[in-house]
Design a protein around this ligand. Sequence first.
Ligand SMILES: *Cc1c(COP(=O)(O)O)cnc(C)c1O
Length: 394
Amino acid sequence: MSELALEAEKLDAADELAPLRSRFVLDDVVYLDGNSLGALPANVPDRVADVVRRQWGELRIRSWEESGWWTAPERIGDRIAPLVGAAAGQIVVGDSTSVNVFKALVAAVRMAGEDRTEILVDATTFPTDGYIAESAARLTGRTLRAVTPSEVPGELGGRTAAVLLNHVDYRTGRLHDLPSLTSAIHAAGALAVWDLCHSAGALEVGLDQHGVDLAVGCTYKYLNGGPGSPAYLYVRKELQPRFDSPLPGWNSHTDPFGMSPSYAPAPGALRGRVGTPDILSMLALETALDVWDDVSVSAVRAKSLALTDFFLRCVRAYTGPGRVESVTPERHEERGSQVALRCDDAGEVMKRLIARGVVGDFRHPDILRFGFTPLYVGFGETERAARILGEELA
Ligand SMILES: *Cc1c(COP(=O)(O)O)cnc(C)c1O
């Protein structure tokens, strides 16, 4: 056994989060794609079966009340809240991240006021955020400028209405400095909108602590909610009375069953709702969140950094010099929970890795991406993944 494999055994033996692996349905595959689709929590299939057979099949319409369907968006929002450092009553679950980016950004621009004529968007953003920002700017009559997160402080000014940023870059795994960027945005009198897709469930976010205005995130990555599980929207408590949704539906009406022809928004987080929620996905997500019971995000973060550090060391040990280049920052303060390696033939290499039971993903044009989900990824399989990668790159 190699020295690194021995070290991995010791690290696994000392890992206090290792028992959490049994809360998931897993096999021999080294699954390093939880940053794209989290693994299936073991308690979800039975819950979904119960929701379908009993709540829908037997109780039918009664379930909106009796099975808590109607209040699920706020209830599940409150389950996500502690994972992103938010007090209760500020998060609502529903719709996709893309749709919530739209709601959040348009609402932010409306709150910023008429004299604020410019929106800044992360130039390195996941594409959907950029497309939506462009449309939001057109609809609100603002101009849009794409700048990298590090350029943001220098580009802010009296015209800035809102800034839309990704907490962790989906390609490189770079973690941006949410506290200092948020305070720079506030110093300029603008609103900060953060996309947490690649950070929530992997590291501490501290939404309340850092005074973030609005935030969105998906639940099918590090929160393991299942394919297409609904996203969430955070609106800071003090802003809720001024949150003017561009998608005001009957579900966010103060009296939804009054069926009034005119819209009057409900108070609180549920002002972010739109229409009838997707209950099957939503309740699968609710059950998926049980895996977080008695798990601290700081312990998850510590293990995540240990895993990515260890993976980088193993890759260096097992891969010839110059064959791959890590584009993920070395510094912990700048690293999310993934390792991205640049490699000319990345697409082909990833196909071979998957065939050998190491599942990461390929991002155009030359990135091998490996996501580390501390709830179920161990050190032994991390070493194995790096070893197989080294063999395939030889
Ligand atoms: C995954 C991801 C999305 C996904 O948006 P959907 O509407 O769920 O397809 C959006 N933004 C970022 C930064 C992401 O990583």
